[in-house]
Design a protein around this ligand. Structure first.
Ligand code: DAH
Length: 350
């Protein structure tokens, strides 16, 4: 064989070996691409060898060309097979780090705020008894908040509530009782409404916050009596605190009701005994009773203010603090916990 042809063919063989020996070098598709360029690229090793083809005798060229094609195919197949291996390894790795039998990570789910929970519960019971929802403004005028509720200017009862004034005649509502007035102005009797919402007072300690929630109730019709008030509130309280709860009505004073009463229930902690494990009950302070709401028969002056005839209609009203009910229900000692939004506290109500 001609010497030039021999060295040309040997050169191609060593190129093939060179490529085979580089197997471990290409661990990634990027590295494999580099090898492909090195051997098969336009200025790569194979192209360089082919550059020598012109120097051969014309009679040797077909054999040389054939060999060059074989080597090109060999190298292409080698590189392709490595590509398959690299891809397979990638999938293996993904599978080995992904364990489909592992339990999933639980998403963190928020809960309703305890005040919302209790508010919803109270409203459910009251709507179940036939009351309808009403809502109104938290920024209220003096007339709805005080005057129409039988508290004219300078009335001493205004001092019972530490009012936050927006201006001379505009206040942040100190109670939801103003909604009695708005509800009655909107319709003729019979009226049976509950008004849940935020109220505001200049007050802050263990049992008072500047904002808290109340639910107002009002029922007006012909022949509504104190017995209806008693029956309704007893049924309500027993649905919230349990059927065995004792209820007592204690005479009290509110300007917008006459007569007025405060409702006490047997203590939620000691059950009315006044002591727990031999020591004085911390919730009722040993009395066996806890106060739960204020109520009374609507004062005739309130009816007059809204244009109802007090000779024809009578009614009862009541108001309760939602946080107070929540504290009693869940045994919470500090009202401020409701507003600190410590997740460890809130989580307990899920
Ligand atoms: N508005 C009173 C308060 O904020 C609660 C109240 C007492 C509402 C007696 C009433 C009622 O409707 O009849 O303390």
């Amino acid at each position: 064989m001609n010497k030039d042809l021999k060295s040309f063919l040997e050169g191609l063989d060593s190129l093939a070996h060179d490529c085979e020996s580089r197997k471990g070098q290409a661990c990634s598709l990027e590295e494999l691409d580099e090898l492909r360029i090195e051997f098969l690229g336009r200025k790569g090793k194979l192209a360089q060898s082919m550059g020598q083809l012109g120097r051969l005798d014309n009679t040797d060229k077909p054999a040389a060309g054939k060999k060059a094609n074989e080597v090109k195919q060999l190298i292409t197949e080698l590189l392709d097979s490595w590509q398959v291996e690299i891809n397979a390894a990638k999938t293996d790795m993904a599978l080995s780090t992904f364990d489909p039998s592992m339990p999933g990570r639980k998403p963190w789910v928020g809960t309703l705020h305890p005040v919302t929970l209790v508010m919803d519960e109270i409203c459910d019971v009251l709507t179940g008894l036939g009351f309808e929802y009403a809502s109104g403004p938290e920024v209220e005028n003096d007339w709805h908040n005080f005057e129409a509720l039988n508290m004219p200017p300078e009335h001493p009862a205004r001092d019972m509530q530490d009012t936050l004034y927006v201006s001379d005649k505009i206040v942040l509502r100190t109670h939801t009782s103003g909604m009695q007035i708005r509800s009655m102005l909107k319709q003729e009797p019979p009226v049976a409404v509950i008004c849940p919402g935020k109220v505001y007072r200049r007050d802050s300690d263990l049992t008072h916050t500047p904002m808290f929630h109340q639910i107002e109730g009002l029922l007006v019709d012909r022949n509504v009596s104190m017995a209806d008030l008693r029956g309704t509130l007893t049924a309500f309280v027993r649905q919230i605190f349990g059927a065995k709860t004792e209820v007592r009505f204690r005479p009290s004073f509110f300007p917008f009701t006459e007569p007025s009463a405060e409702v006490d229930i047997s203590c939620v902690l000691c059950g009315g005994k006044g002591e727990v494990a031999g020591s004085t009950c911390r919730v009722c302070k040993g009395t066996g009773w806890v106060e739960i709401l204020g109520c009374g028969m609507v004062d005739p002056n309130v009816f007059t203010a809204v244009g109802y005839d007090p000779e024809v209609y009578s009614g009862f009203a009541f108001g309760l603090g939602v946080e107070r009910v929540a504290m009693l229900k869940y045994g919470i000692g500090d009202l401020r916990m409701f507003f600190e939004n410590d997740v460890r506290f809130l989580e307990q109500f899920s």
